[in-house]
Design a protein around this ligand. Structure first.
Ligand SMILES: [Cu+2]
Length: 494
């Protein structure tokens, strides 16, 4: 049923030509339909049994050379064929041809230089998500690497030890580029003793969660669903469909990244046992938290310790997604296959944490993340911040270097419709969540964050300090299709 605000909006187009009017009315009806329907998946579901492919763990990239201060890496971005579904060849865009890209391990206080060569047929941009990075190396969406060209990215690694990731950020095209494979882990570590007591080495495993769709001939099928978001129906973890991991009866640390374009997960274990959350976007939490379910939206990271010591040998624990029915309701499984000695532990205090104080804030800014109709065939949604599309030449926020600010993120709507969850991400400055809808943040949202879910009707206040560097950065939605069209704002640290 059409609401009265929409009816009055449609009356406002009475002076247009009949064809134009008819087109707009039809377009609005289509948009209304689109905004209220569940996304359907016209593509194939590959014939594949769940939990029969071993989990792929991306290899650690070796530096090409190292000196007293810096490790140097080289990555070639190229199109290649990958066997994601067993027996099926799929064309991907990969860092060094791998999907996900190789993992870079960096050490706090020691610099990293990554030289990217673009051997793709399209321009690309590299952003280190969660990094405290100089503006010229931060991957502003218009700072492209043209096909055939090379660009050098320097990272000083001064931020907290954490699970970071590098991915494409090319303006208007990041959604497709990530969907086709341009993402990899970047693990920033320090020599903190506490880190050493947690499960480590082969018991410390990154998991990149992504959903994908395939055409009948095995191609990745990128569909932005009218810019609502590329949700799909095949679950990949580290590029493996519904994988299985053989585990010992002991504790494991999993660094979970939601690398999907537009899908939020609510993670739980089929056995009902708790996961101990130890980390978030910005590294270790102050203290561990035991949780039965953990929500993780696009680009967020959650680090958990799962203890399989109480599971009998031969048992299976499924990592489930309680936000989905059907194929995406299962993520992967752990098969308990052997006993092993375990001298790891989860300390009661994980890291030093100093809350930023609200009375130190020099300014409060409000950003409304909303949607508007975008007329075209087919009609789509235009995603905007404070009513504006992204313009790389316009400064939308100008915090001063060193200043503490409070930012309010509001989920807005157009005519009461076009509202979706927006994962809001700030470049350069991590933040602490002060309030969610006037109340304390959710249990798993403590510590340092760089991405926060703002669901329909929600309002979240965060506090951050703009330390590091002056220059051009970004605030944006990390639903990649919203980011591309055009829910980004330029932040200029002055
Ligand atoms: Cu969004």
């Amino acid at each position: 049923m059409m609401n009265s605000k929409l009816r009055s909006d449609l009356r406002g187009i009475g002076s247009m030509s009949t064809d134009r009017r008819q087109f707009l009315i039809q377009g609005t009806a289509a948009l209304l339909h689109q905004a209220t329907q569940t996304i359907t998946h016209p593509h194939i579901q590959p014939e594949l049994d769940e939990f029969c492919v071993p989990l792929h763990i991306p290899p650690i990239l070796d530096p090409v050379r190292s000196d007293a201060t810096t490790d140097y890496y080289e990555i070639v971005q190229r199109e290649t064929w990958a066997e994601i579904i067993p027996g099926v060849r799929t064309r991907v865009r990969g860092y060094n041809g791998s999907v996900p890209g190789p993992t870079i391990k960096a050490r706090r206080g020691r610099a990293t230089v990554v030289i990217h060569t673009n051997n793709l047929s399209v321009p690309s941009v590299v952003h280190l998500h969660g990094g405290v990075t100089r503006p010229e190396f931060d991957g502003f969406p218009t700072d492209i690497i043209a096909p055939g060209k090379t660009r050098r990215y320097e990272y000083e690694n001064t931020g907290r030890a954490a699970t970071l990731w590098y991915h494409d950020h090319h303006h208007l095209h990041a959604g497709r580029n990530l969907y086709l494979g341009l993402a990899g882990f970047y693990l920033l570590e320090d020599s903190d003793e506490i880190n050493g007591r947690l499960p480590r080495d082969k018991y410390d495993i990154p998991l990149m969660l992504q959903d994908r769709a395939f055409t009948p001939d095995g191609e990745l099928m990128y569909d932005h669903h009218g810019h609502r978001g590329a949700e799909s129906c095949v679950m990949l973890v580290n590029g493996t469909p519904w994988p299985v991991l053989d585990v010992a009866r002991r504790k494991y640390r999993f660094r979970i990244l939601n690398g999907s374009n537009a899908t939020t997960f609510r993670l739980a274990l089929s056995t009902g046992q708790t996961m101990v959350q130890i980390g978030t976007d910005g590294g270790l939490l102050p203290r561990p938290i035991s949780l039965r379910t953990i929500d993780i939206t696009m680009a967020e990271r959650v680090e958990v310790v799962i203890d399989f010591s109480h599971c009998p040998i031969g048992s299976r624990v499924v990592l489930e997604n309680r936000r989905a029915r059907g194929p995406l309701s299962r993520v992967m499984c752990f098969d308990v296959v052997r006993s092993e000695r375990d001298d790891s532990s989860v300390p009661e205090v994980l890291s030093d944490f100093e809350p930023l104080q609200i009375w130190h804030a020099t300014r409060m800014r409000t950003f409304v993340f909303g949607g508007e109709p975008r007329w075209g065939i087919p009609p789509a949604v235009q995603w905007v911040i404070n009513g504006k599309r992204f313009d790389p030449s316009r400064v939308d926020a100008d915090p001063k270097l060193g200043d503490v600010e409070v930012w309010r993120f509001v989920n807005g709507s157009f005519l009461g419709i076009f509202t979706m969850l927006h994962p809001v991400h700030t470049h350069l400055a991590p933040f602490q969540i002060l309030r969610r809808n006037g109340r304390a943040p959710l249990t798993h949202e403590g510590g340092w964050k760089d991405t926060v879910a703002i669901d329909r009707g929600e309002k979240v206040d965060v506090i951050m300090q703009w330390s590091g560097y002056r220059g051009r950065y970004l605030l944006h939605c990390h639903n990649l299709e919203h980011e591309d069209h055009s829910m980004m704002a330029r932040v200029e640290v002055t």
